[in-house]
Design a protein around this ligand. Structure first.
Ligand code: NAD
Length: 376
């Protein structure tokens, strides 16, 4: 029997993305799979039903849950949805295991093989499957557009008959995937861009995008390429330099996070109070607790004339491209698990499957999650 792949309309409020876009649904079908999609699933991402050519439309979500061998999703499934899955099914999507412990228990107890897209190892071979990166790039891009829209200023320099307008100063804090895309976007819009990250390897990347790296005069470089713990005095010096750059910025976009932990606090209330009236902070880490002390997830806080924007789920604001990239990540991840006869054949020796696996055969495979959920 060829494998049956299913995708539902996302149920989490504000989620506009869809796990299967027409191009990818057709590719799965071309690989011999039967593809079931809930009617209207792609509409909020601008993929009307008519664009999907080789799928079977289903009105009843329960039917997809109970008949899919592989269920694809963007957001984690609810416990009720997990209870309706076919015994032994495979699910793939973002799992947010640290926050969704009841769902993890349900996946374990129903013997579901759950692959968490956030656990896909960041090795060269898996770059095309890296959904964290594809969605982070979108967040970085969108954050700069939000900053530009929130500012009462131009980003580029303008020379006009009404005089010359100076370009805006933009500071990007955290130079991972989102930060790099934020730098590139702010540069394209003509801003003068500076960036900072605790990892000194980012210095060259920042420069290659035409931005300036904020030198704090403190090196965290230790032996063997690892960062060393800074002394309190060094930390203070580092923060002082950064605060002085925050104070002169028109817009600050913060993207700093540490895997599995609360986002680091980098902009204090006092640092905000040194900023210019009308300046903007866009804090991409809002959902992880925020890089700025004043950030409120899902809100814009105005403090002494400075606007602090705490966006949630930025990729959902660019749903069409975000869904395309995410669906391609899922396809590249799962295609090796579909054999020539279109049967499901997961190679557990493959580190990509092994490391991405959250639950399988009644066990929680990801150790930090097992520790959190089972205390073992
Ligand atoms: P992330 O979202 O976890 O964090 C964003 C950035 O915040 C990181 O660059 C981090 O160094 C920085 N940061 C953390 N604390 C900070 C602080 N106090 N002040 C300033 N900056 C701080 O990062 P990411 O985008 O997921 O990337 C993480 C790493 O993975 C990077 O080294 C990236 O190059 C690498 N990566 C590798 C691959 C691959 O090889 N396939 C793909 C994507 C990312």
């Amino acid at each position: 029997m060829p494998v049956t792949i299913g995708a539902l309309r996302e149920r989490v409020p504000g989620e506009t993305r869809v796990a299967l876009v027409p191009e990818v649904a057709d590719k799965f079908a071309a690989a011999g799979a039967r593809v079931l999609i809930e009617r209207g699933a792609g509409v909020s991402a601008q993929f009307p039903d008519a664009l999907y050519k080789k799928v079977e439309w289903v009105d009843d979500a329960q039917k997809i849950l109970s008949s899919a061998d592989i269920l694809l999703s963007v957001q984690p499934l609810s416990v009720a949805q997990i209870q309706s899955l076919k015994a032994g099914a495979v699910v793939a999507g973002f799992m947010q295991a640290h926050a969704q412990t009841d769902a993890v228990k349900a996946l374990r107890d129903r013997q579901i093989t759950a692959f968490a897209m956030e656990l896909v190892p960041r090795i060269s071979r898996a770059q095309s499957m890296d959904a964290l990166s594809s969605q982070a790039a979108i967040a970085g891009y969108k954050a700069v557009l939000i900053a530009a829209n929130t500012l009462d200023k131009f980003l580029p320099m303008l020379t006009t008959a009404a005089g010359t307008i100076r370009p805006a100063q933009v500071l990007i804090i955290g130079v991972g995937v989102a930060g790099l895309q934020a730098i590139a976007t702010a540069k394209r819009l003509g801003a003068v861009v500076e960036a900072y990250d605790v990892r000194s390897a980012t210095k060259e990347q920042v420069k290659s995008l035409g931005a300036k790296f904020v030198e704090t005069g403190v090196s965290a470089e230790g032996s063997g390429g690892y960062a060393r713990e800074l002394t309190d005095e060094e930390k203070k010096k580092q923060q002082e330099v950064l605060d002085s750059r925050i104070a002169v910025a028109d817009a600050v976009v913060t993207t700093a996070s540490v895997p599995g932990r609360r986002a680091p606090r980098i902009i204090s209330k006092a640092a905000v109070e040194r900023m210019k009236a009308g300046a903007v902070v866009v804090d991409i880490a809002a959902e992880q607790g925020g890089n700025c002390e004043l950030t409120q997830a899902g809100q814009t806080v105005i403090h002494q004339g400075v606007k602090i924007v705490g966006p949630v789920n930025l990729p959902a604001q660019l749903a069409l491209n975000a869904s395309e990239m995410y669906a391609r990540n899922l396809y590249n991840f799962l295609k090796p698990a579909i054999d020539k006869q279109a049967n499901l054949a997961i190679d557990w020796q493959d580190e990509v499957f092994a490391q991405s696996c959250l639950t399988h055969a009644g066990a929680i495979k990801h150790e930090p999650t097992a520790k959190l959920v089972e205390g073992t």
